[in-house]
Design a protein around this ligand. Structure first.
Ligand code: NAP
Length: 250
């Protein structure tokens, strides 16, 4: 129960890594607010947490919209009085070689993955400064600062930037008691890690030979790493970009 009564915000909390991590925080006693664009998927996460005996609510927010990012944080504070931990995890992926990407795709990937993390941090940091501290974990990726992959240029550029932004913010705010780190997952068990047209079985077959661990990460394995970074166990981890990718970028 490392997060008993801690107020935790999870963006992209309606599915995948965000949902699994929100559930893991709640299991350890946190009061969780999940955010995203789709109210139905957020409601499903809340239901799952409540069924586990946890406490959670939802807030609909598009993190690319500055007003929405500001309201998302304000809503958490209005409901719970503070914001102890923020997990900025909302993200999108889009395929396309650098020469083939259209402007709209490039702008959307950068807007969600990079600008969305920046806007979320901007308002989270303001609140955390006011309350005298807090913890932020951003979702980056092993594709970016750690390794590159042809056909994912916009995604890789956005995630490399998240890794750099995280480290810069960590240096800027640790003096005020705000501890900021990133998690860089490798292929994790969501549809996101499947290539176009691939089934789960195809992905499993591909990873047997292309990932040193020979498999996809379970969502609980990624959640465990996020909770570690967010917990007092990681009190001296500042500006870390924790790669959890089965060895893919070792
Ligand atoms: P996912 O299930 O698609 O989760 C992404 C979440 O982000 C969704 O819940 C989505 O909900 C939300 N989102 C998208 N755009 C948003 C916006 N503009 N504002 C607010 N929320 C938004 O995929 P996932 O695999 O769990 O990915 C989570 C994070 O992990 C992403 O940042 C991804 O890049 C990263 N990652 C994933 C893997 C992997 O293999 N799965 C590996 C490395 C890194 P709505 O559409 O309802 O808004």
């Amino acid at each position: 129960m490392r997060f008993r009564d801690r107020v935790v915000l999870v963006t992209g909390g309606g599915s995948g890594i965000g949902r699994a991590t929100a559930r893991a925080f709640a299991r350890e006693g946190a009061v969780v607010v999940v955010a995203g664009r789709g109210p139905e998927s957020l409601a499903e996460t809340v239901k799952l947490i409540e069924a586990d005996g946890g406490v959670a609510t939802q807030v609909t927010a598009d993190v690319t919209d500055e007003g929405a990012a500001a309201r998302m944080v304000a809503e958490v504070v209005e409901r719970h009085g503070r914001l102890d931990v923020a997990f900025n995890n909302a993200g999108v992926v889009s395929a396309g070689k650098v020469g083939d990407l259209d402007r709209e795709t490039w702008d959307r990937v950068l807007a969600v993955n990079l600008t969305g993390v920046w806007l979320s941090m901007k308002y989270e940091i303001a609140q955390m400064r006011e309350q005298g501290g807090g913890v932020i974990v951003n979702t980056s990726s092993n594709l970016g600062a750690h390794r590159r992959q042809p056909g994912l240029g916009a995604y890789v550029a956005s995630k490399a930037a998240v890794s750099a932004l995280t480290r810069t913010a960590a240096l800027e705010y640790i003096g005020e008691g705000i501890r900021i780190n990133a998690i860089s997952p490798g292929p994790s068990d969501t549809p996101r890690s499947m290539r176009p047209g691939e089934t789960e079985a195809d992905r499993a077959e591909r990873l047997k030979t292309t990932n040193p661990s020979g498999r996809v990460a379970t969502l609980d394995e990624i959640a465990a790493a996020v909770l570690y970074l967010a917990s007092p166990d990681a009190a001296y981890a500042v500006g870390t970009d924790l790669v959890v990718d089965g060895g893919a970028s070792a």
